[in-house]
Design a protein around this ligand. Structure first.
Ligand code: UDP
Length: 454
């Protein structure tokens, strides 16, 4: 299909290399859809692990990079180790794929640029070897992109892991962040993590940085990044607003929750999801459940299969809880989240604050309860609660009383209403940025110009 469509036209080919997790695949596939609409040919070069559904994107060519991960490795909750292995294993196989591919009709056009998720930094090494221009794509916020490299320096100074006495202390030059908000992964080895950080945030030969953020949300942080990296920085988000129909889910969406939402009243439902990778134990799940039940507010709750390691789904849920919420709770394995957040009945989002979820909530004007689990989620939560003031903090151990209070405050009290007003103001600013003449549109045109110049 792509061949027919492109017949007679000499399109420039871009190779896009996503990171192999939902929160990374999603923005890369959205970026691919946008660049396709700007007349580039698109190849998605992805790992075998968590590979995207190629049949959902007939306009793209897909190239599977053998990643050498064993079955045991892909089940490992230590994402830092997985990424280390992926980067070690794929450097050679990706280069081979590109060399073979360019001799083959599918990749016949000249590759003008490799756009890679910064966590798959092996792509930059291959681009450099093959003398192909490259651009790094950071799928997290500008705040995370600015603060993560200083972790190496803080480690050398003995400040991380931070002792209890430092946790509330502000990070110098990075307010509103405290030491406890630093984007560290608490699974696996800290040394491995920091080695990965050093490689992820070193631009080497890449010519520019793409960010899925918006100028009006992170203006001063973007200025900091421009000063540090001295290359063009393109804040072209929120990408999902430019590519709303792109099918990106690794899991099957349960659309049955939409008719359930249709029966609920305006702004009455709290939507609960902790994203695609966070895990919890039975006690935490139970505290969440009883906090929701005791709040008496209607809820839509996503519990991914395997959320509690070793369990299938909700089989361990208390019967008494199920009886108590049967008229006002809906639990699904995976939701069409963007549609859910856009639904008139949804008035709040209890979230782990992944960056995609954060942007999706802001774009629909939905205030949040912030329960970050690890990594950049803590940075996002801090910005939501203390910079944009559109989220309530639910820090520390999950406890049913705290959950109940947070849900009531967000859904029923003046403090929640004020957050709703503020997030609606933010939504309007973002709407302006993605409209004609807005900042994200402007940076997208500049990015397309740069790509055309290669
Ligand atoms: N998501 C979804 N359905 C769900 C839960 C999540 O479609 O039931 C999507 C959500 O819209 C977002 C992505 O999964 O685009 C999660 O990315 P995020 O950066 O928020 O968190 P991560 O999963 O990387 O921790």
């Amino acid at each position: 299909m792509e061949k027919m469509e492109n017949e007679g036209r000499n399109l420039k080919r871009l190779v896009l290399v996503p990171g192999p997790f939902q929160g990374h695949l999603t923005p890369m596939l959205q970026l691919a859809t946008i660049l396709k609409s700007k007349d580039f040919s698109i190849t998605i070069a992805h790992t075998l692990f968590n590979s995207p559904d190629s049949s959902a994107h007939p306009d793209f060519t897909f190239l599977c990079i053998p990643d050498g991960l064993s079955e045991q490795e892909v089940g490992n909750p230590d994402l830092v180790s997985i990424m280390r292995r992926v980067n070690d294993n794929c450097k050679f196989s990706f280069k081979e794929c590109l060399i073979q591919g360019t001799n083959h009709t599918k990749l016949g056009d000249k590759i003008c640029c490799i756009i890679y998720d910064a966590i798959v930094y092996f792509s930059e090494a291959v681009a450099r070897d093959l003398k192909i221009p490259s651009i790094a794509f950071h799928t997290s916020s500008a705040a995370t992109t600015a603060v993560r490299p200083i972790l190496i320096q803080l480690m050398a100074q003995g400040h991380i892991p931070a002792p209890d006495s430092m946790l509330e202390v502000p990070v110098p030059l990075h307010q509103p962040l405290r030491f406890k908000d630093l984007p560290i992964f608490n699974v696996g080895s800290l040394d491995y993590f920091l080695e990965g950080v050093a490689l992820t945030y070193n631009l080497r030969s890449s010519s520019a940085i793409i960010l899925n953020t918006v100028h009006c949300l992170e203006e001063s942080l973007l200025a900091q990044l421009r000063q540090k990296y001295q290359v063009p920085i393109f804040p072209i988000g929120p990408l999902h607003k430019f590519s709303p129909t792109s099918a990106v889910s690794l899991l099957q969406e349960d659309t049955g929750c939409i008719p359930w939402l249709d029966k609920q009243t305006h702004n009455s439902v709290i939507y609960v999801s902790l994203g695609s990778v966070a895990h919890m134990n039975q006690d935490q799940l139970s505290e969440m459940a009883w906090g929701l039940a005791n709040s008496k507010e209607p809820f839509l709750w996503v519990i991914r299969p395997g959320t509690i390691p070793g369990s299938e789904w909700t089989e361990s849920m208390d019967e008494e809880f199920e009886e108590c919420v049967k008229d006002r709770g809906c639990i699904v394995k995976w939701a069409p989240q963007k549609k859910v957040l856009a639904h008139d009945a949804v008035g709040g989002f209890w979230s782990h604050c992944g960056w995609n979820s954060t942007l999706e909530s802001i774009c629909e004007g939905v205030p949040m309860i912030c329960q970050p689990c690890f990594g950049d989620q803590k940075v996002n939560a801090r910005y939501l609660t203390h910079e944009w003031m559109v989220g309530l903090d639910l820090e520390g151990e999950i406890e049913r009383g705290a959950v109940e209070r947070a849900v009531r405050t967000l859904m029923k009290e003046k403090e929640g209403e004020e957050m709703r007003q503020r997030v609606l103001d933010l939504k309007h600013k973002v709407d302006v940025s993605i409209g004609d003449g807005g900042s994200s549109c402007h940076y997208l045109s500049e990015l397309a110009e740069l790509l055309t110049s290669f």
